[in-house]
Design a protein around this ligand. Structure first.
Ligand SMILES: Cc1cc2nc3c(=O)[nH]c(=O)nc-3n(C[C@H](O)[C@H](O)[C@H](O)COP(=O)(O)OP(=O)(O)OC[C@H]3O[C@@H](n4cnc5c(N)ncnc54)[C@H](O)[C@@H]3O)c2cc1C
Length: 400
């Protein structure tokens, strides 16, 4: 028996192999990753780890010994270069590994600023891998000037760390506002004010024309004709699903590796999960770039590989830490036409509705609002907006 092979040793890959053992699978399991370290969590990379407040060891999802103890072959620093789906074999250069079932958990690659506009200059960094953070951390010295290109979560989290370390921080966002793709205008307003109060300059509706410098970046010219001097640059301009391997194997692509409701690709022996996989959610094909989805989808793959025959039911949730604010999001607010704001002490939450249907909640320093919102979504309940708006309402009463 060739067993199960998992390509991509990140959040999803490591959850998948662990779940296989929890479910009692005793066949061969091989987890293959191209990074030189055991699977680790990425969220702290733009938060506590970048801040210098988290040890490397604590990033690892499981101690390295775990894999051996559970008879899981972990291959690190080992890029898979090709899949031969007909022969059920993956290739690492000229080494072949056979599989009965294969899972692709290859994650995503950060979009790069094009070399034609200076994206290849020294001092320009992405925020995806541990090696990216280790490369940029020496730049975080008080008084230095950083330009952050992109006002999404990753860019804003890096901005928060830089501001707290005493750097002069400018964020530019080409779209009309920050967090345009992922959050409402109300949540973006709150985040903008938070950054402004920490001295960060946020310029919205202004793209990057080009980076300048001799070998190393020293300036930026913006689309509105202005320019600024910089010491280094962080690009937080989104990710692309890492799907080249799957494409090469002839699998169906659609905004990443297309999977069905059992997380199976167009090849019945190959599954996919995590940032690289797209699936149908309420009629649209989406990818959820979040830890929770990586774990849940990977665990669903493990169960279905072992014959569970159970559709995947995603429950989107996400969080972001910036300064002393924890933002927690349950659900997806796509299609909302009404927003209810709840202010209760220092807790703030935004509740999204399409008509009377409750879709999602953004909770800022409001763990109770988040937890209740998540439960309401799980139960398919639509809380009364008037009750939410009233700070005297005990949120838990809405669950009854
Ligand atoms: C800086 C940062 C902060 C984040 N913060 C949050 C947050 O606060 N909350 C949240 O929910 N989510 C957050 N995320 C998103 C979350 O980390 C991802 O959604 C999650 O890691 C996806 O897991 P994955 O297993 O799909 O991909 P990954 O964890 O990226 O793992 C994929 C792995 O596969 C490897 N690989 C790719 N191709 C090959 C190949 N051919 N051969 C071998 N290996 C290969 C990759 O190198 C990588 O190691 C953050 C992400 C980043 C980068």
């Amino acid at each position: 028996m060739a067993g199960i092979v998992v390509v991509g040793a990140g959040q999803a890959g490591s959850s998948l192999v662990a779940k296989l053992r929890v479910l009692g699978y005793s066949g061969d399991v091989t987890l293959i990753g191209d990074e030189p370290v055991p699977p680790y969590q990425r969220p702290p990379l733009s938060k506590a780890y970048l801040m210098g407040k988290m040890e490397l060891e604590r990033l690892f999802l499981r101690p390295e010994a775990y894999y051996g103890e559970h008879n899981i072959t972990l291959r690190t620093g080992a890029p898979v270069t090709r899949i031969d789906a007909a022969a059920k074999t993956v290739w690492l250069g000229d080494e072949a590994i056979a599989y009965d079932q294969l899972a692709l958990t290859t994650g995503a690659e950060p979009r790069q600023l094009p070399a034609a506009i200076g994206g290849d200059l020294g001092g320009v960094y992405a925020v995806r891998r541990l090696s990216d953070i280790d490369a940029m951390s020496a730049e975080f010295v008080a008084g230095r000037r950083v330009l952050i290109v992109g006002g999404g979560y990753i860019g804003l989290e890096a901005a928060a760390v830089a501001a707290q370390k005493g750097l002069t921080v400018t964020v530019i966002e080409a779209a009309p506002r920050i967090l345009g793709r992922v959050a409402s205008a109300e949540t973006a307003d709150f985040m903008r004010d938070l950054h402004s109060s920490h001295g960060v300059t946020i310029r919205e509706g202004v793209g990057l024309a080009r980076l300048t410098g001799d070998g190393r970046v020293s300036g930026a010219e913006l689309a509105d004709g202005s320019s600024l001097a910089v010491d280094f640059v962080i690009a937080g301009i989104g990710i692309n699903p890492a799907s080249a391997l799957a494409e090469g194997a002839g699998l169906t692509m659609d905004n990443g590796i297309a999977v069905d409701d059992h997380n199976r690709t167009s090849d019945p022996a190959i599954f996919a999960a995590g940032d690289c996989a797209s699936f149908d959610y309420k009629g649209s094909r989406i990818r959820l770039e979040s830890v929770q989805n990586a774990i849940d989808q990977a665990e669903s793959v493990a169960a279905n590989m072992l014959g569970a025959d159970k559709p995947y039911a995603p429950m989107p949730w996400f969080w972001s830490d910036q300064y002393d604010v924890k933002l927690q999001i349950a659900g997806l607010n796509t299609g909302y036409n009404r927003i209810v704001t709840r202010l209760a002490g220092s807790a703030r939450s935004h509740w999204y509705y399409a008509g009377d249907t409750f879709l999602a909640v953004d909770a800022m320093n409001d763990p109770r609002g988040y937890m209740v919102g998540k439960r309401l979504l799980e139960q398919g309940k639509n809380p009364d907006p008037a009750a939410l708006e009233n700070p005297e309402t005990d949120l838990k009463s809405l669950l009854k």
